[in-house]
Write a protein that binds this ligand. Structure first.
Ligand SMILES: Cc1cc2nc3c(=O)[nH]c(=O)nc-3n(C[C@H](O)[C@H](O)[C@H](O)COP(=O)(O)OP(=O)(O)OC[C@H]3O[C@@H](n4cnc5c(N)ncnc54)[C@H](O)[C@@H]3O)c2cc1C
Length: 380
């Protein structure tokens, strides 16, 4: 293992992989990714793969719109079929208040150029024919949303990054960060120490612990989210469906499996990633309320992963106040897979040219000093 690198990225999830690739494309090849287990061991390899742009804050909408543009060309660019299915997202509402929230969100999204629309229950059923439209009051749809295979995305990014000389150090845990003055001068790992130019904290739900190694306090908290997948059936469902009523989301993979999850409002922060019967019962019940025909499918597997949740459900991005070479890339609050490609570009531009885009400014750690308005749709 090398003993120094221009850029040391902690974590080989979609964030670390995408950033390494974007840096390499810009000619920054002396990049190391340090991963305590293996690529996709964190939330990325456990996620639903949903890619939506229908958010309620301008920053999340912009980052997601930029990312969709990337996802549209990524298979060709990376030379790996990322299984991107651009069948849109259907968002369901069951009450008048929820429909009003969707209405407000669509107005903001349309202002920013997103082609999302409000639908009646009957129109929603035309988008997703298995829907029991009597359960909902309204819905929104955006045809350019979609979903992809997270494993293939990371594989593609890392493959191209390695071709450019990036090294990916598996089973290499960061155990300490030595600070001198306003810089991190040494990254201590389970396999020896590295002298870094820039250090990027892309450690997902463990970012708070990594930041603490440098004396930096992040407001992020890990929260378990559970997910399940069924046996495969013939492909019939291009659209991904979510509900702001209960936080359920589900889609069909290219192989034909229905994959989906639902949040538990009673879940407390912590590193528990065991699976529960409570989740499976709740998920099945809510899924069948919306699409009773799916009750004929058997669940094959269930698992859990961690959301890295911030107080405003938006990521923490960019340089750290007081530590000039420590960059944050975490706190996605459950929607990191979909925005990572855009985040990687903003951060790579910053590392290459020292520019700080408006989004990096707005989503920096400094914002938590002020009161801010957060993202309302925290669903897959
Ligand atoms: C059940 C579930 C469903 C989800 N569904 C969606 C979805 O549909 N769409 C969407 O956009 N997002 C979804 N998400 C969120 C998404 O998975 C994450 O936001 C995203 O994957 C974060 O990627 P990351 O690379 O930043 O972090 P991670 O993928 O968590 O990667 C961080 C890596 O850092 C490593 N690491 C940690 N500490 C250290 C250390 N000290 N030293 C070295 N390495 C370390 C970990 O092993 C891990 O591999 C979901 C999450 C879950 C749990």
């Amino acid at each position: 293992m090398k003993r120094s690198a221009d850029v040391v990225i902690i974590g080989a999830g979609v964030t670390g992989a995408a950033l390494a690739y974007e840096l390499a494309r810009r000619g920054i090849h002396d990049v190391m990714i340090l991963e305590r287990r293996f690529p996709c061991a964190g939330a990325t390899g456990r996620c639903g793969g949903g890619i939506r742009q229908q958010f309620t804050t301008p920053h999340n909408i912009r980052l997601a719109m930029e990312s969709v543009k990337r996802y549209e060309v990524l298979s060709e660019e990376l030379g790996v079929d990322i299984e991107f299915i651009q069948g849109g997202y259907l968002i369901l509402a069951e009450t008048r208040e929820e429909t009003e929230a969707l209405c407000k969100a669509v107005a903001l999204q349309n202002d920013l150029g997103l082609p999302s629309t409000l639908l009646t229950p009957e129109e929603a059923k035309r988008v997703f024919p298995l829907l029991d439209e009597t359960v909902i009051v309204g819905a929104t749809y955006c045809p350019t949303d979609g979903h992809a295979n997270p494993f293939r995305v990371v594989k593609g990014y890392l493959h191209r990054a390695r071709e450019h000389g990036v090294s990916v150090e598996k089973f290499t845990q960061v155990i300490g960060l030595e600070v001198k003055g306003e810089r991190i001068v040494e990254v201590r790992t389970s396999r020896g120490n590295i002298s870094p130019g820039v250090v990027v904290n892309a450690a997902g739900a463990w970012s708070r612990e990594v930041a603490r190694m440098a004396g930096v306090e992040l407001p992020n908290e890990p929260v378990r989210h559970e997910i399940a997948i069924t046996e495969p059936v013939k492909f019939f469902m291009e659209v991904m469906v979510i509900s702001i009523h209960n936080g359920i989301y589900f889609s069909q993979t290219k192989e034909g499996q229905i994959i989906g999850g639902i949040g538990d409002p009673e879940e407390r922060p912590g590193y528990n990633i065991t699976s529960s019967l409570k989740f499976l019962r709740n998920f099945a019940r809510e899924l069948l309320r919306y699409a009773p025909a799916l009750g004929q499918l058997s669940v094959l597997r269930q698992w859990a992963g961690l959301y890295d949740v911030t107080p405003d459900a938006q990521p923490v991005l960019g340089p750290t106040p007081g530590l000039e070479n420590f960059i944050q890339a975490n706190g996605y609050s459950g929607h990191g897979f979909m925005i990572a490609p855009a985040v990687a570009r903003h951060l790579a531009d910053h590392i290459e040219k020292g520019v700080r885009s408006e989004i990096l400014d707005k989503l920096s750690l400094e914002r938590f000093k002020e009161e801010i308005r957060g993202e309302a749709f925290v669903v897959g």
